[in-house]
Design a protein around this ligand. Sequence first.
Ligand code: BG6
Length: 467
Amino acid sequence: MREDFLWGGASAANQYEGGYQEGGRGLSINDVEQGASHGQSRIIHDCIDEKCYYPSHQATDFYHHYQEDIALLAEMGFRCYRMSICWSRIYPHGDDEIPNEEGLQFYDRVFDELLKYEIEPIVTLHHFEMPLALVKKYGGWRNRKMIDLSVRYAKTVMERYQNKVKYWITFNEINSLFIAEVPWHQAGIIYQEGENKTDVMFQAAHYQLVASAKTIIEGRKINSQFQFGNMILYNCCYAMTCHPLDQMMLHDKLLPIYYFSDVQIRGKYTNTCFSYQKRMNAHFDIEEGDLEILRNGVIDFYSFSYYSSLVEGREIEQSADGNLLDGGKNPYLETTQWGWQIDPLGLRISLNLIYDRYQIPLFVSENGLGAVDEFKNNTVYDNYRIDYLRQHIQALIAAIEEDFIDCFGYTMWSPIDIISAGTGEMKKRYGFVYVDYDDLGQGSGQRYKKQSFSWYQKVVQTNGKEI
Ligand code: BG6
């Protein structure tokens, strides 16, 4: 393993930060979204109903605990920390004339705290959120106006933090636009009755791809040392059988993933993209100049989330859940309590497939286990989490050392407990640190180290040798 390998963890503002009405922050799309239980969908409200509980309002209160939390990350020896900026903390309505200085100062303090411990910040500009006002006024990413507004926000933070942040990720899981039935988190879109969903989806994807590329072009003018990454929800998938039709179905299943990374890496819509557009019978507008922007705003590294794998084929008898994805059950794999199939080797396979295709540096920006933790003796005996992470990290190390994959970092999801994106639940915990809140936000908010805390500390200290 390279000595400067970036070991760390990742989280997102909408699931962690809280402080939803503090420091001049505006409402974000998550602030009107109720929690749900496994198997149910979260309900999106038009505005805040005082009788309801909205998980993002408090989340796990990083806003007030950032010093304590970052000290815990430092104690584990983190070399990097992936986090997102909440757009509505910077531009409360998205199209305000000037940015909110209090919001900018908050992230100054967070970055200073990280740098104090020599933890490299890796910043996601869009992680499942945007100012709610932009949805009300423009309809979210169905509107081209979002390109300029989002680039303006990105320029503001890149200029402000140019000496503190080097690594930027433009859109979290950009391909989730093509996967989620309600592209609310990714694009602030709720489909209207009778509209052509496919066209809306492809148009929004085009706008986000242009926005991503334009952000990179502008970012490089601010600081030529910046490194830009994409972020793909990677779908590790196996064909059900060796029947050519099952193999072809597997090929098709990967098209929507390559759609985004092809554009972000090759700087153009490729044959894979055209093929997917054709299969979906999709139509969208490309304005003059867009293709040039795509060509000039390519990324430096490919980052992706990896949690589980799925099976694709003609005769799927039993389906399985996955992160925003579903597919067939694999009889050889165990599942998590949320039905996600556990497949460490799939991570090594995915790293190989991605690297073979693109040959640019890779970064595993999310990987972790959501589980119900039993809090006992002021800790959690989470051997199941250690097992999951150990096996995945071993697969990652094998990919680097035996397959010669160029991967420069790994951020597990998510070092301190946060609320789930899919359901808003608190009981689906990922962290090395337990946060005393329940599904309704009740509790002291106190932090306690789980058993996995010292385990990961050792992994980082020994650069993956002791695992
Ligand atoms: C990824 C997201 O899709 O998966 C995260 O980038 C999310 O925001 C993570 O939290 C795990 O999903 P969930 O639904 O268990 O929180």
